[in-house]
Design a protein around this ligand. Structure first.
Ligand SMILES: *Cc1c(COP(=O)(O)O)cnc(C)c1O
Length: 429
């Protein structure tokens, strides 16, 4: 079903807000500046109000009063307990998910162990849209494995999407692993996890998904897709806070076949036995390394609770409606001014952000943050060379905000207000 919109006027936007079933969730988040429209929740999600007392308790009571005894009371099993909540958001079983380390390191652990398991196969497939850190991790592992593997990147024909066929063509009986970001950080293009997984399995390859730009915004069912492995961060649509630890998923039957390349004490069967010989845990726990960052881990939980309360399918439904609305406004208001849309128009292959393409994207995005009369400001983000990314969160974005943001871009363009912004040398390419 495609959403249609009657009018570009602000009253239509306000009417949609008044009918929005999730509108009360906006009050769950700190929002002290009504004149700043935040469309960057795909880089750093907002702070949930309930995170503040939750963290205060962790600091004052658990750390301040209870000190070391908190390890047994609530800290030691936190990577699993918080992981259980996340498991429901990404369609996985409790036993398959932990919160641990950061995304890049989790990717390292899983790429490394998957290549060992698939020894004899020498191809790794990814795509040209992938997040640079993911590609760096793969390149580093290839080097350490003696340059025996080859990384092949599927290319896009339109700069916005990558066809299933482009991936399928590259997968053969020599393919060890396919590593993809589910939602592309620039265009917002989203893969069909089930389809790609089936293609890879047909040739005996494994697939590792990076869900960083999807989890919390897009419906994901890893179990239904028979997905092998996944990683992702918690500070974007999951609202877990800056640098909050990431997650790692491995399908149940695959856990025992994989060996973590980093043998830390938290991955041992019994860390507090202080054995001198490492005996890996026979569960997902083997991918833990060292002491978890308890305070940051604590900060993740309230954001997950809010998502579970709202329901990921309702959040997704609203994200689709809002990104469709954004595209409707861009087509009507900005395309005639020389802007174009750098994201899929079909919502079934789009995450929760829309990229607008313009040669002056850098200066326009800076001008949005500055504001013209210094009252209304919009926070987008800029991705080289010419993308202004606007992200919505079904939990806190409003149709009125989207309307005002697009009109501000029009005004900046009409007045050539961006010309007041200096271009730093490194941006000129
Ligand atoms: C944000 C993001 C990351 C972040 O990785 P960290 O190691 O947690 O800094 C990784 N991959 C993708 C696709 C992302 O969007």
């Amino acid at each position: 079903m495609k959403n249609t919109f009657e009018s570009i006027d602000i009253f239509a936007a306000k009417r949609m807000d008044s009918k929005d079933k999730l509108k009360s969730f906006r009050n769950e988040f700190v929002n002290n500046d009504p004149n700043t429209i935040y469309l960057d929740g795909n880089s750093l999600g907002r702070l949930p109000n309930r995170t503040i007392p939750f963290l205060e308790n962790a600091i004052n009571k658990e750390w301040g009063d209870d000190l070391i005894s908190s390890w047994n009371k609530s800290w030691y099993d936190k990577p699993y307990r918080v992981g259980n909540k996340l498991a429901r958001i990404i369609g996985a079983k409790n036993e398959e998910v932990i919160i641990v380390d950061y995304t890049s390191l989790n990717l390292y652990k899983l790429v490394y162990s998957a290549l060992k398991l698939q020894s004899g196969r020498t191809k790794i497939i990814s795509d040209s849209f992938n997040f640079p850190s993911d590609l760096y991790v793969i390149q580093g592992i290839i080097k350490d494995f003696g340059n025996k593997h080859k990384l092949e990147l599927a290319q896009s024909e339109d700069g916005i999407t990558i066809s299933d066929d482009a991936i399928n063509k590259l997968i053969d009986n020599d393919t060890a692993l396919v590593v993809l970001s589910h939602t592309a950080f620039k265009s917002g293009f989203t893969y069909d996890i089930k389809k790609i997984t089936e293609m890879a399995h047909a040739k005996g390859a494994l697939v590792l998904w990076d869900l960083s730009h999807s989890a919390g915004a897009v419906e994901i069912n890893l179990n239904d897709a028979k997905a092998d492995m996944a990683v992702g961060c918690t500070y974007k649509y999951l609202n877990g806070g800056p640098g909050a630890p990431a997650y790692l998923y491995v399908r149940e039957d695959l856990i025992k076949k994989l060996e973590s390349p980093i043998w830390g004490w938290f991955g041992d069967q019994d860390p507090f036995a202080f054995n001198s010989e490492y005996r890996p845990a026979d569960s997902i726990k083997k991918f833990l390394v060292g002491t978890p960052p308890v305070i940051s881990l604590t900060a993740i939980e309230p954001g997950l609770d809010i998502i579970l309360k709202a329901g990921i399918s309702k959040i997704r439904e609203k994200n689709i409606m809002q990104t469709d609305y954004m595209i409707f406004l861009i087509n009507r208001i900005l395309v005639p001014l020389g802007f174009s849309i750098g994201s899929p128009l079909d919502s079934s292959i789009r995450g929760s952000h829309v990229s607008i393409v313009h040669p002056e994207a850098y200066r326009i995005s800076k001008a949005m943050i500055k504001g013209i009369k210094s009252d209304l400001k919009v926070i987008p983000d800029f991705r080289k060379p010419n993308n202004i990314r606007l992200s919505v969160s079904g939990l806190y974005s409003t149709f009125e905000e989207i309307n005002k943001a697009i009109l501000l871009i029009k005004e900046i363009s009409d007045l050539r207000f961006y010309e007041t912004i200096a271009i730093p040398k490194e941006i000129v390419t």
